[in-house]
Design a protein around this ligand. Sequence first.
Ligand code: CA
Length: 315
Amino acid sequence: MLEGTPEIPVIDFAPFLEGTASSRQAVATEMRQASREWGFFYLANCGMPEKQLAEAFAASKAFFSLPVEAKNRVAWQNAESNRGYVGIKRERLDPARPGDLKEAFNLAPEQPGPGAHRNRWPAGPPDFEAVMTRFLDECIATADRVLEGFALALDQPADFFVGAHDQHHHTLRLLHYPPLPEGFEPHDGESRAGAHTDYGSITLLFQDSVGGLEVCTRSGEWIRATPMPGTVVVNTGDLMHRWTNHVFSSTPHRVNVAPEHRHRDRYSIAFFCHPNKEAEIACIDTCATAETPPIYEPISAGQHLQEKLTSTYGA
Ligand code: CA
């Protein structure tokens, strides 16, 4: 790392989970600062059981190693359900660039009701559905703890965000970036995932040891978010940017092909949090001042998401 290169903050969450009111507030203050300046931080001791995380990565690897025909049997169908397998180059996160060199599998907490979208479970690996269902529950619990931190960071009641997310309209996304073929040179701008911001409120990202995630600093420089064992990367998305009247950043990030990782697989798991569809996203009171009045009209979270998804998939 060059001298003077800024570093993405690392926040220890243990004092929030186990500490006194003042240690919780101290952690929340760190989260506030990191989200203002970076929109990204590493969170250590987030409370996710290591065993379930390891099981989820193993099940993800097993799924992606299936023949493509098997994966296509549970292919992603449309932005409304947003579930299932997305093959390599299906997606264009950055519409100006070629398709991304990755494959993904999306699943989500099941909603009640006869018309609700269902997960597209593959016939195998045998324990895939059970492992992912358990892991999904752990992700929801982890996200709720983190959302409590964000509420305190903005001087809101502890349940401010958790209450607005209690219908669990989240998406869990397994990602696999295959090794690039021998002799393959990425075309201009072709990377593992194009530069983008996330749509929702917050994202939790679990990375394996193969790096590639890069984050754009406020001065427009791309820096590597090197995997740190025992941490989850937390970032704030477009909806949180809007909700906080731009106090929290929604920072562009991408996954690049580092020369030393061209011939290695990379796996990651992202949990995208979205508020209840009917939740009104209106400027949070502590985010507006006389000098910085609300920038946006209120919008429902559902309408915000649908607009974003339609532009990514061209659906
Ligand atoms: Ca992302």
